[in-house]
Every structure is written in structure tokens, then in C-alpha cells.
Design a protein around this ligand. Structure first.
Ligand code: GLU
Length: 442
């Protein structure tokens, strides 16, 4: 990418707050979550006052901060942190680095974190943030400068008992290590050990948890296993298509391959690829890590985006950006189940059409909750000065995911609704109980 393009991304900082054109939908992301919430609220007859409160985020922070890059040049960056709700505990959610980050996206993603954490039974609320730039255009040193300056600019808007960031698209354990180190260093020396848990998703050396890196993909797989069990569907010998091969998509495909599931199609921002014999997800992940995209991977042929969604596969995992399955895609999908590894991949038309066509959807706030569940384990280990081994983390995650999956399906049966509405119903009931008990003051 040219220096000129990279500069354009960063200086786009003050540009529009609406969705970029690249999204295949007519829906605004925040409208999608609002409509989903309305359905969940109606299903449990939620008190109107509580509904009013949870329909909007508590805080929306936009900060412009200067960074002196390694070259000596100073650029302005635009950062966000939206804090949606904290009735159940500190705000919790990822930090995204992407050139298309915008306010309504952060609002929607923060809101989804509230429902995700409540559904998972975690003592957390919801938050989300990001910086509007393309991390692929910047060197390791410059990413460190941007991350540290952003963390400094956030200041006391985050905190280990207040708002706890984590990785998301474009960020990873290295980003979290820098955030933690910066935050710790702007705090008093006596508090430094205690505040390390201000972020989760750190490297193991810096206090991260075993199993955090693969946790979201692992959680997706537990959901797929539960689904398969309930449908008497045999995973061994089945086929899979994955959109997005970052952390979530690649771990999901790798874990499923051990169960005999063949990855026949895969796609990312560079294109879509098909291989009837199946891709090797381990080699694909290596290629992706080295090249930052799937482009140029030997084996498999290129297909169009339309062909990808219309493929004859058993399981479809959207694990890329939001709003990918709209009306057109939903009409063509032939998978038996869509498992939302990404946040908000299905728009309102997509949801309706998939339901009409009898295609099961395991909703994002359930399917991809493994990441924040292990984030909670990390935070707890830090708080208690403990370090759990990989088996212990895995067992706890498994127990939680399977139990949560079953409670969503039970609720869907009780309320005669889809799994997404049932997930909201459970989350909203948990918030409602607290609001009713505490009251709204003054
Ligand atoms: N970014 C992840 C998500 O969307 C993880 C959030 C966290 O661990 O706090 O769920």
C-alpha cells in the first residue's frame, strides 16, 4: 500500500460517520441491533422504562489524537470508545483497528457486547471501540506508537473495574500488551500490579490466559457440536465454508478439521476460493499470517462472492465484517446452519429470509461468546493472582458454552421464537431483574 493511501486513511479521520459503501446492505448497523432488541423486548414484555434505557449507549467517546510516526511525520488519528451499559458489571469489549470504523458501528457492537455478556452470565456490561485506520499500512513500531497514544488519550475512561478492552478485528495480544503497559505506567506505582487486568487478551507472558487466542473459534465449535447433536447430524464427513480467515475463522476451521469437517470454501477481502477436496486450514492460516490475506494461496480456484454464498455446504461460518448476509445472500444460501462467528453478519432481511427458508442460525451473541468468556477467565485469574492450565480453561469454557447453548434453545422452545430472539430474551431478563431491584435513581 502506498504512503499516500495510508495517509488518506489516517487523515480520513474527520470524514463521515455513516456506514462505508463496501457493506452489502441497505441497513444501518445500529438499526439492526435496535430491531433485534425490539423483538427480544417484545418476547418478554420488557418494562418500557428499561427498554428506553437499554436502547441507547451510556457514553460515546470520540477522540482525535496526534501520533509522531517513526518517520518523524505527525498524523491525526480518530479513536472511539462506546460504553453501552454497565448494570451487570464493568463495560467490556474489543478495540478494532480498521479503516471503516465508524460511530454507529461502535454503538451497535457495544450494544451486542451487553447482550453477549448478559447471555453468557458474565459480570460485565458492554463496550466497544476502535481506531479508524488500516493497521496493515503501518509498521510494528508505528502500531506501537498509535496504540500507546490512543491508550493515553482514553486515560481514565477505561479501568480494571470500569471498562475493560480486548482484541477485536485488526488487534491482537501484542496490541493488548502495549495498552496494558501504557495504562499501568500512567497509574501510581503502588497500583501497577493491580491494574494489569484493565485489558484482556494479553500475551501469556504479560498475564494473558491459556486458551484466549483460540477461544472464540473454540466456542463456535462447541455450538456447532451442540447443533449437530440436536439434529442428529454427523460432523465427520461434512463440509464447511468460512468467510474471513482471521482469528475466529481460522481457529474454527482448524478445530473442525480434527472432527472430520472439510473446509471446501473460504473467502476474505481479496476474494473467494473453492476446493472440492478441501483446503488444509493449518497451511491456509500460515499463509494468511504471512501475507495478511488469502490471496496467492496455491490450491483451489477462485469463485465469485455470489458463488461462495450459494455453495452446497453443510455449515456456513461468517467470520468477517458485519452485514454480509442480506436479502440476496440469504436467498441463495444452501447450508443447513449459519453460525455467526462475526458480530452482526446477518442483516434484518437476511434473518427473515433464512428463517422462512428453514435454515438454522446460531446467533452471534451466543456463537462467538467464547472470546469474552475466556477474557473473563483472564480477568479473574489476574484479580486472584492465579494461572489456570489450558485444560482447566478449556473445561470451563466448554461447560459454559454448552449450557448457554441449551438455555437459548430451551428459551426458544418456551417462547416459540428463533434462537436470536431467545438469546436477547435471556439477556434482557438478567438486566431487568437488576433494574427492577435497584430502581432508577433519583
Ligand atoms: N472482541 C471480542 C468480541 O466481540 C471479544 C471481547 C472481549 O473479550 O472483551 O466478543
Amino acid at each position: 500500500m502506498s504512503a499516500k493511501k495510508a495517509k488518506d486513511d489516517a487523515t480520513m479521520a474527520t470524514a463521515t460517520e455513516s456506514a462505508p459503501d463496501a457493506h452489502h446492505t441497505r441497513h444501518n448497523l445500529f438499526d439492526v441491533v435496535t430491531q433485534q432488541l425490539a423483538r427480544g423486548a417484545a418476547a418478554i414484555n420488557l418494562d418500557p422504562d428499561i427498554n428506553t434505557i437499554v436502547s441507547q449507549p451510556k457514553n460515546e467517546l470520540i477522540i482525535h489524537f496526534p501520533v509522531r510516526l517513526k518517520s518523524g511525520e505527525v498524523r491525526m488519528f480518530k479513536g472511539y470508545r462506546v460504553q453501552h451499559n454497565n448494570i451487570l458489571g464493568p463495560y467490556k469489549g474489543g478495540i478494532r483497528y480498521h479503516q471503516d470504523v465508524y460511530l454507529d458501528e461502535c454503538k451497535a457492537l457495544a450494544s451486542w457486547m451487553t447482550w453477549k455478556c448478559a447471555l453468557a452470565g458474565l459480570p460485565y456490561g458492554g463496550g466497544k471501540g476502535g481506531v479508524k485506520f488500516n493497521p496493515k499500512d503501518y509498521s510494528h513500531e508505528d502500531l506501537e506508537r498509535i496504540t500507546r497514544r490512543f491508550t493515553h488519550a482514553l486515560g481514565n475512561n477505561i479501568g480494571p473495574e470500569y471498562d475493560i478492552p480486548a482484541p477485536d478485528m485488526g488487534t491482537n495480544s501484542q496490541t493488548m500488551d502495549w495498552m496494558m503497559d501504557t495504562y499501568v505506567n500512567i497509574n501510581a506505582a503502588v497500583d501497577r500490579q493491580a491494574v494489569k487486568r484493565v485489558v484482556t487478551g494479553k500475551s501469556i507472558a504479560c498475564g494473558g490466559s491459556q486458551g484466549r487466542d483460540g477461544a472464540t473459534g473454540q466456542g463456535v465449535v462447541y455450538c456447532i457440536q451442540e447443533w449437530a447433536h440436536s439434529k442428529r447430524f454427523t460432523l465427520d464427513g461434512s463440509t464447511l465454508a468460512v468467510q474471513g480467515f482471521g482469528n475466529v475463522g481460522s481457529h474454527t476451521a482448524r478445530i473442525l478439521s480434527r472432527m472430520g469437517v472439510t473446509l471446501t470454501a473460504v473467502g476474505d477481502h481479496t476474494g473467494y476460493y473453492y476446493n472440492a477436496e478441501g483446503f488444509n486450514p493449518h497451511k491456509l492460516a500460515e499463509h494468511n499470517k504471512k501475507n495478511h490475506s488469502l490471496d496467492g494461496y496455491p490450491g483451489g480456484r477462485r469463485i465469485s462472492r455470489e458463488e461462495f454464498f450459494a455453495l452446497e455446504v453443510d455449515i456456513l461460518v461468517p467470520a468477517a465484517l458485519e452485514l454480509q448476509i442480506g436479502l440476496d445472500e440469504a436467498k441463495e444460501i444452501r447450508a443447513k446452519v449459519v453460525v455467526e462467528g462475526a458480530n452482526g453478519p446477518t442483516d434484518l432481511d437476511g434473518d427473515r429470509v433464512l428463517a422462512e427458508r428453514g435454515i438454522d442460525v446460531i446467533p452471534d451473541i451466543l456463537a462467538n461468546s467464547g472470546g469474552v468468556i475466556v477474557s473473563y477467565f483472564e480477568w479473574l485469574q489476574n484479580k486472584r493472582s492465579e494461572s489456570w492450565d489450558a485444560d482447566e480453561v478449556q473445561q470451563r469454557l466448554e461447560r459454559k458454552m454448552r449450557r448457554n447453548y441449551q438455555s437459548v434453545m430451551d428459551k426458544a422452545r418456551d417462547l416459540k421464537c428463533d434462537a436470536r430472539t431467545a438469546s436477547y430474551a435471556i439477556a434482557l431478563e438478567r438486566l431487568r431483574e437488576v433494574y427492577r431491584a435497584r430502581g432508577i435513581w433519583p
